[in-house]
Design a protein around this ligand. Structure first.
Ligand SMILES: Nc1ncnc2c1ncn2[C@@H]1O[C@H](COP(=O)(O)OP(=O)(O)OP(=O)(O)O)[C@@H](O)[C@H]1O
Ligand SMILES: [Mg+2]
Length: 266
């Protein structure tokens, strides 16, 4: 499957010859430099864009199938980068109810879904709060609750933490981990290798192609190639690498100070 954008007489290839299968209950991190095609891939997955060649199927339905696009949008919920852009109502609970209401669900089903979604992201008790009064991390968790309320098979997030402070970032990452643990697929687009360490599978996009598809731990071992893909090890991951070079066993998934201290004290 490939996709090119056409602007005037120009055609810009954005996703090239990608062949990919993302199953249920996978936690996939999608990494890559600016312009490598990550957001285009996200838009292709939920049918916002159609591939210029090849096809994408979601639960057996092609994204080109107009009759099936509603079902696809229910199966694939997308959360974008800027939490402010995703607020659609004047209270937290109405915001989360917006998607299920559009599905035409019964009132008590909507109420159940809203309560469950807010509980899943840790926003219980804030039902009546005006969304614009929430912190950045809370707003992004609200956007995730809205996506979860659709009960999607795949939760897709395009750089959901990039506008958040460290506290908000960890709040969102913890929610993603819990969602993945509950058996739903999570596709998390990020620039940050340490965030990707939480996933079970890492994909790297480079100039529209998928150049790595494997475990996040194995990705860290590809040190010579990381630079050519414009991926940088964070100071913490660099420290973990240095410790390993000195014979100290630090698990690949150790991406927090606490996990590295634990490895040192063992
Ligand atoms: N609407 C558009 N029209 C024309 N070209 C586009 C459009 N959107 C993206 N592109 C181009 O397609 C390529 C892939 O862009 P895309 O936004 O998918 O990359 P990305 O990996 O998400 O980048 P970033 O990390 O900056 O978000 C880039 O060359 C970009 O300039
Ligand atoms: Mg993008």
């Amino acid at each position: 499957m490939s996709h090119s954008y056409t602007t005037g007489a120009h055609s810009v290839p954005a996703v090239r010859d990608v062949s990919l299968d993302i199953g249920p209950a996978e936690y996939v991190a999608v990494l890559g430099a600016n312009g490598s095609g990550k957001s285009t891939l996200v838009r292709l997955i939920n049918g916002l864009l159609l591939p210029s060649s090849g096809e994408i199927t979601v639960n057996g339905i092609g994204t080109h199938d107009e009759a099936g696009i509603g079902t696809i949008r229910e199966s694939v919920s997308v959360v974008f980068q800027n939490p402010d852009d995703q607020i659609v109502a004047t209270s937290v609970e109405d915001d989360v109810a917006f998607g299920p209401e559009n599905l035409g669900l019964a009132r008590d089903v909507i109420r159940e879904r809203v309560a469950w979604a807010l509980e899943s992201v840790g926003l219980c008790g804030l039902e009546r709060r005006e969304p614009h009064l929430l912190s950045g991390g809370q707003k992004q968790r609200l956007a995730i609750a809205g996506a979860l309320a659709m009960q999607p098979h795949w939760l897709v997030l395009d750089e959901p933490t990039s506008m958040l402070d460290p506290v908000g970032r960890v709040e969102v990452l913890d929610v993603l981990e819990a969602v993945a643990d509950s058996g739903r697929s999570v596709i998390h687009v990020t620039h940050d290798l340490s965030e990707a360490m939480r996933a079970s599978r890492a994909l790297v996009m480079h100039e529209g192609c998928i150049v790595f598809d494997g475990s996040p731990g194995d990705l860290l071992c590809a040190t010579d190639r990381l630079e050519s893909w414009s991926l940088e090890l964070s100071p913490l991951l660099t420290l973990a690498e240095e410790l390993r070079d000195h014979g100290i066993v630090v698990p690949r998934a150790a991406s927090t100070p606490a996990a590295i201290v634990e490895a040192l004290c063992r």
